[in-house]
Ligand binder design. Sequence first.
Ligand code: BGC
Length: 814
Amino acid sequence: MSGMQTKPKLLAILIAATAMTACSMTPKTNPDADLQYRENAQAMLQKLSLEEKLNILSGPGIDLEHYRGIDATNLAKEKNVLGVAGYINGVKNDSVDIPAVKLADGPAGLRIRPTRDNDDQTYYATAWPIGSLLASSWDTDLVQKVGAAEGNEVKEYGVDFLLAPGMNIQRNPLLGRNFEYYSEDPLLSGKIAAAMVSGVQSNDVGATIKHFVANNAETNRFFNNTIADPRTLREIYLRGFQIAVEESQPWAIMSSYNLVNGTYVNQRKDIMNDILRGEWNFSGLAMSDWFAGNVFGLKSDFRGRIERDQESAAKQVTAGNDLIEPGGVKEDLAASVSAGTLTEADVDKSVVAILTQMHKTPSYNQYEYSNTPDLRTHAVLARQAAAEGMVLLKNEAATLPLKPQAKVASFGTTQINTLKGGTGSGNVNSAYISHIASALGERFTLNTAVTDFYNQYFEANKQKTKALIGGYDFSDEPAVSDHSQLKQLIAEAAVNDAAAVITIGRQAGEGGDRTATQGDYLLTDAELETISAVSQTFHAQSKPVTVVLNVNGLVDTTMWGNKVDSILLAYMGGQETGHAIADILVGDVNPSGKLAQTVPVQYSDVPSASTFPGKDIDDDGMVDASYYNEGLYVGYRYYSSFDTAPAYPFGYGLSYTNFEYRNPHVVTNTLNADGASGKLTLSVTIANNGKSAGKEVAQVYISAPEVKLEKPVIELKAFDKTTLLKPGQTEELTLTIPAKTLASFDPDHNQWIVEPGQYQAYIAPSSDVSGSNFGNATKPVTFTINQEIVVAKTTPNALALQDGVNQADFVTIK
Ligand code: BGC
């Protein structure tokens, strides 16, 4: 390792942009049909007035009356799907009749209003596991099935586009929206997102990947400027979007609120057009996030106003952001056309992009939706998906699984106030939540006195905590020292019951980031006291203690982890949270989830700890800029390159059985013969050596030579999950790494390259390939690249740092 890169390189290179090579998975979209739709859209263009065109670009969404005196509620009433986030306007004139189409959130399920005036029917949707949990399954087939079921609800409730999946990189564990996102790693994020998009779009409804791009903090989210060098943007933040675009052809992409290197993303032609369309061949429509780009002059999540930019909408369309949500910008656009700052050719390009996708929608095709999706069948899948992603972090002396009907004492208010998902537009109105206490009660003999105590405590105190959509704010736990009754209950339970389960809960969501303080990332004194008291008392009776984390994102495990016997990172499992946890605790499901983000020993170890969520540049008390000074070293790329031991490494997760990795080897290496179209194929045989059936996720980490480019010590380049292997059973996994996946970005020459030299491939159960903290070292297999392979050329000068930003602005993290 040659040391931390702290200085972004800024070199002007003049190499022509060419399209990237074809993708590895067949897109679900039929290109011939798309061509036809595009031709139809072109033909339709001739029949539209300028005003009608601008109306299409200015999509009416929520609450416009409140912000600009524009009433969108009539459209909502007329369309009768209440609670959708927005629309794309239709057109009706003498020769064109296109209905408005509907756009609804979101990442953990369809968000519509569940009840309507003068209507006895309910319109509940399935609350699926949150993104972080789905990604921890590392199971693209499963995620595709979830996407297909979610897309079916989109279609059967009369919606056309799902505003999901969210797929920003989990740069820092305190990002409030991490729950909507998949991973700290772009390959895993991209593959999971592609599976989700393919599933959703198999219903002939659209998916919208979001929030494009480098949108990794919620603090002052309308004005936060992400400052990052082009290589970091390409390899970490754009990469996952690239994979999703190339492998699943989403109908839509949503640009993000933030700026990148001084300019709003949705006003950057290099991002919205040159990279997205020119390099990746995106053929869908691009929409803004709601109120993004200072079209409304709303400061910091509506807390104040600043002068709005009347040219914002025109700049967005010119850059390639076709649709502006939630609208209210028609007059702005018309004024820009008159002033000559927006050309009609640019307007037409965006109108065609939008009309092309509108042609595919159920609304356009007059699909008669049922309003009765099969919620029962979906609930079964939701339960399975939730259990598949939960990560067993610790299991001393095989504490888990517990025996069916064992006597269990369950502690913590979150067993009552179980959290199904995060807050904000990622919330889902589901018909029910499976609570942890009741689900444990179905499988074990629950100590009802303990559960009743928490029930009463929650009922008496819930109003004290801030009510949020989807549940109550951080669980308010009773301190053992303040409650003699609780102390007594613990003492009795330790004698009478076989095991203790303590649930810790954390809520968070859109519009704010979390903090590294007690009650948020850190446990409260009351929670720590409960863990200490229960552990001491139960251990005195030789009885085990399990902690279940029903959390939106990571919490500290260091201060208390050694006191308990087992820890299950359950995240938020959607409406089936309780059942899925019980399935694991009783052993009906053998955990096979693995971490999609690193759990640090302490928050200050996080490479972006000192720069998140950003800096107040203009001294107005609000964050304005985030310097991504850790560069490529996000998550395990940092911990493994700088010898910083995590509490639990990326890719790690325990099972109730043991797996052995046999005979890892290179099957074929066509990279030298075939260059950019070549690939590496690896194989490993996974053997279940333990006593119960289970699944294993094998991961390939590559350690690449450094010729011109410095690189993280290891990077994930492939992964696969076995089927359910019985004890003694083996399965051979074949892992393929195409040249483009292996490549690094060479900013000095505007190209993706595979550098020559000897490579190590670690086919490993986690990113701890050295085995320094968890288990054994993985012996790598090696392969050689004879000479540099140029995999793709890219847009010259794209993503350059803004004027005035230089090395001095990038503080070092060490
Ligand atoms: C969120 C998006 C969401 C949109 C519509 C925005 O505030 O950032 O993720 O899709 O609202 O609800």
